[in-house]
Design a protein around this ligand. Sequence first.
Ligand code: FEO
Ligand code: CA
Ligand code: CA
Length: 683
Amino acid sequence: MTITPARPTGARTLLPITPVTRHGSRSHLTCQYRCGNACDQPVPNPTDNPDFHVVAERALARRSLLKIGAGAGALTVTGLASGAPLAAAAVAGRTAGTWRFEPVAPNNRDRVTVPRGFRADVLISWGDAVEKGAPRFDVDNQTPEAAAKQFGYNNDYVGVLPHPEDRRGGVLVTNHEYTDEQLMFPTGRYDSATIKRIAMASHGMSVVELVRGSKAGSWNVQKLRKTTLNRRLHVGSQFQLVGPAAGDERLRTAADETGREVLGTFNNCAGGLTPWGTVLSGEENFNGYFDASGPLDARYTASYARYGISGTGRGWNEVDERFDLAVEPHEPFRHGWIVELDPYDPDSTPRKHTMLGRMKHEGANVTIADNGKVVVYMGDDERFDYIYRFVSAGTYDPSGTRRARRRNLRLLTTGTLSVARFDGDGLDDERYDGSGTWIPLASDTESFVEGFSVADVLIDTRLAADQVAPTKMDRPEDIEVNPVNGRVYCALTNNANRDTPEETDEANPLFQSQTRPSLGAPLVTQGGNRNGYVLEMTPGNDNHAGRDFFWSLMLVCGDPAAPETYFAGFPKEQVSPISCPDNVAFDPEGNLWISTDGNVLGSNDGLFRVPVRGPERGRVQQFATVPFGAECCGPFIHPDGKSVFLAPQHPGETNGATFETPSSTWPNREGFPRPSVVVVYER
Ligand code: FEO
Ligand code: CA
Ligand code: CA
């Protein structure tokens, strides 16, 4: 497959190169619970890594077809590498890529709003039974034991894999990023320790069997008695550390002298599917889970600081002392990894891949390079942090046999981890674009960073990357390969702190931007990149495993009326306002779908479809808005193109909201909000 040229053709709007404009809608609750008020903390990256302005030659690249070898080895599905099929030919009839719809207008409704002609069904909600034996959800009688068998809180990543035995079935995998205790628990009903234990059990991941509904595109949760794969992973579940750093001294604790056996995963944000039918899940703001009853271990001052580990957590040390840094200084090193879960084997121990580095992993998405190497793209979601790539040492075996799958399951343990540098080519071309370089940090056998061992690079990845002058980005979130055109798309969500011209570079060009305090209010100028960008990367000659790439900012997000915005040159009067891109997905035609988190234009967050080629390239259309106070997680476009899954997270998470005084009651079955996964399809 030839990767198509990045630049649009024909008469199109040029990028307004004059940066304008400052602030944001995230509630204090979101900031506190999800990322420990990261924005109020010092920027964790203190380096002065420069931006470079180098022009390199644009080249085309090629990529291969992929196959999934899943489950019992009997199932082979073409093109699920990143959760979407590779070719439109694989689908029939109207699909998410060809759906015609009137864009949803910005709004503050407490519901999922989709265009006329579409229907949004709630599939599963916080508290619904996942594992057999789970009691019926009762908000007044929650227990840690029940929560460990029920659907967790704050669903984020969504992936749907083929069912290994049932052709009408599917396997839903979701992350449960964090908990909002003041919205989950009636005031005064539970003691502090019980709240913490329930919260710990409500983090993690869920595996839920689905079955197609009677209407095309609809899905239902499979009856519990018929399931064999359903599973809940939480803070008490067993995980295995694998790869070159496993067993390192820093990964050993009093409870685990091997440095290889970890309990729990938490703050799992986005993720991706592998071609061999597993799910990768990013442990993101793990730093905010550790308190300190005494002084911090001086050996780890630099590391703790670079990851924002301050000793201010969620009080979990009250019920488990491994979350007390003064007692167990190594516990934080056992988190911040990419988790690989095999949903087809409910007895498998999920693994944390040290070869993929330790950072605030937004997620991880896989493609196969032309040479058969497995390539994983990853964003470190922090202001002024970096984009990473892993290339495997071994090659992917697409044969779909059990033996091939066993081999493929080892591919992420050996290879090379690199970090990205973005070199602008100047603004004379009226575009934010240029070339880029993958700078190697370490292979499984060799460190390329002076003064750092392989384990140092993998455990203190941020500190190692700081040494090689990568480009400091505006919060790199989801990064994923478009299976149709082979290009890489990354959501750079925002960065209010990049607010002087001196702090900008061509890949991160704004130090001012325009926001809207509320729906219908005039635009106001604020410092910083408030609405975010969508970055498009085209691999160079050597394909996804090569050293070089080309890049451009395909979208400079915001209100079309704001002068700094840019929609790949598409006429601005014809696009939907979009703010704070977070997650990306692709439909069978290769259109980009973008979900948002933290809209600063007065509207609820939502989901958008954007063509990336032809005359419609850059035509941003809003497909959905999520309930009041929620962010739009997911999304996942089913490979058949008939269903769009999204995961409204933290509905009602607004300043001052409590269980008794919620600002959202979605999905409106009770008087309090319940984060839920939704499937959207044509009526
Ligand atoms: Fe959990 Fe980067 O958002
Ligand atoms: Ca340029
Ligand atoms: Ca996210």
